[in-house]
Design a protein around this ligand. Structure first.
Ligand SMILES: Cc1cc2nc3c(=O)[nH]c(=O)nc-3n(C[C@H](O)[C@H](O)[C@H](O)COP(=O)(O)O)c2cc1C
Ligand code: SF4
Length: 493
């Protein structure tokens, strides 16, 4: 199987001039010849689905923003390049290879939804990507391609939750990356704190991010909705406008059209990022990008990030499409696949996932933080084949049933889904630890990929020292990040 190159190129594009020579800019030109409504219609016809994890239809999201636009102020476009999902490095690879398509796609989106401002939200720690994108923005400005749209590169915090779109808007607005209570279409960045702070505090007494006014024609403030799309989603837009929806659909499946950029890490011959037609069987993706299993080893399972169920080897021929992965009882997520071979203990893996999610939880919802931390502790003891292990399996099962209670965002359900999938699909491994038949092992490190260089992924080793209050001190304060909010209300990350 050969890789394709619609948004990820083998050789980086170094300047706007080179980008234009290779045909770049044609999508924006096509967009400027069309009405905003025709642009949205083209994206709808392409069937493009959001590459941030949920696969939400992009055209439908744009249409909703347009239909709910404010009569008094323009909308805003936010490009989500926060990428912190363990096992995923695709947005950073796209920016390293070609930041120009991202700027062009965002300008098309701005025209479609009537936005006068675009924010590219990356992490402060992404030095290479921040500088590549800033340079691309400067070159677009110098070439007078921005047509009155204000472009900004925002450098956010390192937390996993910063990638969650409502938390991203909070961070852009100068607060901690704590998710709001709101479905995908909400009113946007600056106005939320100014117009709803009193209502929010009055509503729950907490002063926490919440009670955000829904985007809708009846909005009391007249404030505009914000469009948030994943960076890879936006990178696909210029070619859809230039070559058309039918061209876009020449790759992929009917329900999952186009290509997708996948990351392969874990127990493979090499690690890497590559673009494949959607619908390519997972086994072929692992072969093409990762070179298959390590010598003498057998693939046991694949973890598609920390949001979807572990996929057993028997399902490795499942096509990498939204519909097929859902049919296999899992999900595509952001197409970052952590390959697990027969040398890896799955209880130790579950303990690693659990620790990552419990630490990254903000604690606005008590079960997510407290039951999450208890889960992580139980799983450490179970991996170690603790002598009281027999009671740990029912205790884990009980906590899995409560951890997502009253959860404000999806992180708590992720905990339930991923750890639950290990206990359901590989029940013999927890049972072997519980009975003392399996040797004790340490939890696996599950953390953000900070780089992939020469076929080797580097994980964020610092996460081993991260405390559940998001500090790196020697001791845990016992407080959740959300408990500290009042002390840091005006903190700008
Ligand atoms: C805990 C959590 C972390 C997330 N992290 C990211 C991320 O790093 N990048 C991203 O694009 N979406 C992330 N998402 C999904 C976003 O909330 C949102 O759905 C996405 O940016 C929408 O863009 P799309 O429609 O183009 O996929 C995350 C969601 C959750 C619940
Ligand atoms: S579900 Fe967890 S991560 Fe999400 S808002 Fe609640 S406490 Fe925070």
């Amino acid at each position: 199987m050969t890789l394709v190159h619609r948004v990820l190129f083998p050789h980086p594009i170094e300047s706007l001039e080179e980008y234009l020579e290779r045909g770049g800019g044609a999508g924006l030109e096509a967009a400027r010849r069309r009405s905003p409504d025709a642009i949205v219609a083209e994206v709808e016809a392409s069937g493009l689905r959001g590459r941030g994890g949920a696969g939400f239809p992009t055209g439908r999201k744009w249409r909703t923003v347009v239909e709910n636009r404010s009569p008094v102020e323009p909308s805003m476009v936010v490009v989500n390049g926060a990428e912190g999902e363990p096992g995923t490095f695709k947005d950073r690879a796209i920016v390293r290879s070609d930041p120009y398509q991202v700027v062009e796609g965002a300008l098309v989106a701005a025209r479609a939804v009537g936005a006068d401002r675009v924010i590219f939200a990356l992490k402060r720690s992404f030095r290479t990507e921040v500088s590549r994108l800033r340079m691309a923005v400067e070159e677009f400005r110098a070439a007078e391609f921005v047509a009155g749209v204000e472009l900004e590169v925002f450098e956010g915090p390192g937390e996993y939750l910063y990638g969650e779109e409502t938390a991203l808007l909070e961070a852009i607005d100068g607060r901690h990356p704590f998710p709001r209570i709101a479905p995908p279409y909400r009113r946007g960045v600056d106005e939320v704190f100014a117009t709803t702070a009193d209502a929010r505090s009055a509503a729950d007494g907490s002063g926490l991010a919440a009670h955000v006014e829904m985007a809708g024609p009846t909005g009391a403030t007249g404030a505009a909705p914000t469009l948030v799309n994943n960076l890879e989603t936006i990178a696909n837009v210029p070619r859809i406008l230039d070559r058309g929806a039918s061209w876009f659909r020449t790759e992929g499946t009917d329900q999952s059209p186009g290509t997708i950029v996948c990351t392969i890490t874990g127990c493979t011959r090499r690690h890497g990022v590559g673009e494949v037609p959607m619908g390519t069987p997972l086994r072929e993706v692992i072969e093409a990008i990762g070179g298959g299993a390590r010598p003498g080893r057998r693939i046991k399972a694949v973890l598609p990030g920390v949001a979807n169920a572990l996929i057993p080897e028997a399902l490795l021929d499942t096509p990498a499409s939204y519909e097929a992965m859902a049919g296999a009882g899992s999900g595509l997520g952001s197409c970052g696949f952590i390959v697990i071979d027969d040398s890896v203990d799955l209880v130790a893996l579950a303990a690693g996932v659990s620790r990552f999610l419990a630490v990254e939880s903000c604690g606005q919802c008590t079960p997510c933080k407290q039951d999450g931390l208890a889960l992580a502790e139980h799983l450490v003891r179970l991996s170690a084949s603790d002598i009281h292990g027999r009671d740990l399996v029912p205790a884990v099962t009980a906590l899995l049933s409560t951890v997502a209670n009253e959860a404000r965002c999806y992180l708590a359900s992720q905990h339930q889904t991923v750890v639950g999938s290990v206990f359901e699909r590989f029940a013999d491994e927890p049972a072997a630890h519980a009975s003392g038949r399996a040797a004790g092992v340490d939890p696996e490190l599950v953390a953000e990929v900070v780089d992939i260089s020469d076929g080797v992924a580097v994980l964020d080793e610092r996460h081993r020292d991260k405390q559940p209050d998001w500090t790196y001190g020697a001791e845990y304060s016992g407080k959740a990040p959300a408990d500290l909010m009042d002390e840091h209300r005006s903190h700008r990350p």
